[in-house]
Design a protein around this ligand. Structure first.
Ligand code: HAM
Length: 439
């Protein structure tokens, strides 16, 4: 007796009944990204662990606590915890940065982080993300933010606020780090173990620690905005003016530092209170140093990622509309054995022409077949019975109106089953069927 195996904690199934919602969201993000001239890219699910150490950063929670690292034979890999690292690796490896800039790509992918599961926080989740490499100016920051905003608007979402911040460049960061060290030094003993090591290496990470103790201590920490250099300040101000020009409302939130190490200057998040504590639907920012750090020639870049589970959950909570799944166009009901070959041939042709066609696979009687056709929401039912075959006609029933039409069949179909001439007959049926469908 086998015990039932259940899915791992923090993972989700999407059943065929729910998949249409995912399809709606995926179509929407693709179309919006493409309207901005972004093109899809696909990257591996796992990468060398070093990639994430170098990009996401050794002192981040993601690297220190959440990575799914596997050893296959003698080599170590890590399941991607996010999409930016692999995407930039791929841009470099494929020489994409030697092409016309900016390079603009988007992706839809699964990510893996070993976090404590809760509503909106999974161990396997999905991101839609975009990355743009090559442009320095705040126009591109506004472009990226407006892309995210366009998606949320298109989904019909309300009640999502945009928080922006600037975390400066390496120049202003040095002074800020010093101020943070001075601030946290008296609290060193009380900080969590991880943050104690962060104090020296990367004190900004303490601001993002999930431990409530560290959160409490960090409450009155100095703010990066007070330490920005002239260039970063101007960049941030221009971004704000562009957002205002586009009518995109925002709040300056100096506490947003993001959980990954590669950011410089602009960072932003779209946050909702409608789905509980894990309300950050989208997060992103500029990362001007990452590409050089990964061995490319210095190239500024910027991007974001949306958690698709969170996006979907918010859409559900707010009663947004989803495109209904396509249902059966035609159900063919053979009333007897003799009608089965024609049923199958007809079904095959119509399916190749792009119709959704089903027929009996359960050897049901005609009554049960009609019931099933109704249940699956078939638009039309074509009944093929003895009399129909002999008369060279078939009965097409419009399931919505109940109206029935006789459709002509070529009465020589049986002998000519493999003959090209029979195609004409099928074409007539297809034509009639198309006409009916269009009404
Ligand atoms: P992130 O903030 O770590 O950024 O993740 C982006 C989004 O993924 C979050 O805002 C959230 O919606 C979703 N997310 C993250 N962790 C989970 C989880 N455990 N369960 C469910 N959803 C989650 C990045 O990953 C960056 N790569 C974004 C970026 C792209 N920055 C520049 N380019």
């Amino acid at each position: 007796m086998g015990m039932k195996i259940t899915r791992p904690q923090g993972t989700e199934d999407v059943t065929p009944k729910q998949i249409y919602k995912w399809h709606t969201v995926e179509r929407m993000v693709r179309e919006t990204a493409e309207s901005f001239g972004f093109h899809e890219t696909r990257i591996p699910t796992f990468e060398s662990t070093d990639l994430f150490l170098r990009s996401v950063g050794e002192t981040t929670d993601v690297v220190q606590k959440e990575m799914y690292t596997v050893k296959a034979k003698e080599t170590e890999f890590t399941l991607r915890p996010e999409g930016t690292s692999g995407t930039i690796r791929s841009m470099l490896q494929n020489g994409m940065l030697n092409d016309a800039l900016p390079q603009k790509v988007y992706y839809i992918l699964s990510c893996f982080r070993h976090e404590r599961p809760q509503a909106g926080r999974l161990r396997e989740f999905h991101q839609f993300g975009v990355e743009m490499a090559g442009s320095t100016g705040p126009v591109s920051d506004a472009e990226i933010i407006s892309l995210a905003k366009a998606i949320l608007d298109r989904a019909g979402l309300k009640n999502i606020v945009l928080h922006i911040n600037s975390i400066g460049c390496p120049t202003c960061r040095a002074a800020y780090h010093q101020a943070l060290r001075a601030y946290f030094a008296p609290h060193q003993e009380t900080l969590c173990e991880t943050c104690q090591t962060r104090l020296e290496k990367n004190p900004m990470r303490i601001l993002d620690c999930k431990s409530p103790v560290c959160g409490e201590i960090a409450k009155d920490a100095p703010l990066i905005l007070d330490y920005l250099c002239e260039e970063c300040k101007e960049h941030f101000e221009k971004l704000q003016s562009y957002l205002t020009a586009m009518g995109i409302e925002f709040t300056i939130n100096p506490k947003i530092v993001r959980g990954l190490d590669y950011y410089t200057k602009t960072v932003f998040e779209f946050i909702t209170t409608d789905i509980g504590a894990q309300g950050t639907v989208c997060g992103g920012g500029r990362y001007d140093g990452l590409i050089a750090q990964m061995g490319g020639k210095p190239t500024p870049a910027m991007g974001f990622a949306m958690g698709l589970e969170r996006l979907l959950l918010t859409m559900e909570r707010q009663g947004c509309e989803f495109e209904q799944p396509k249902t059966c166009d035609l159900y063919i009901a053979p009333m007897e054995e003799r009608a089965i070959p024609l049923t199958m041939k007809l079904g095959q042709m119509l399916r190749i022409s792009g119709y959704q066609v089903e027929y009996d696979l359960m050897s049901r009687g005609i009554k049960a077949q009609m019931k099933y056709a109704n249940k699956i929401g078939a638009s039309f039912v074509l009944v093929l019975g003895e009399t129909e075959l002999e008369n060279g006609t078939a009965n097409l029933k419009n399931m919505q109106t109940g109206e029935q039409t006789e459709i002509a069949l070529d009465d020589t179909f049986e002998e000519k089953f493999d003959d090209i001439a029979i195609q004409g007959m099928f074409h007539d049926i297809v034509n009639d069927f198309e006409k009916e469908c269009k009404q």
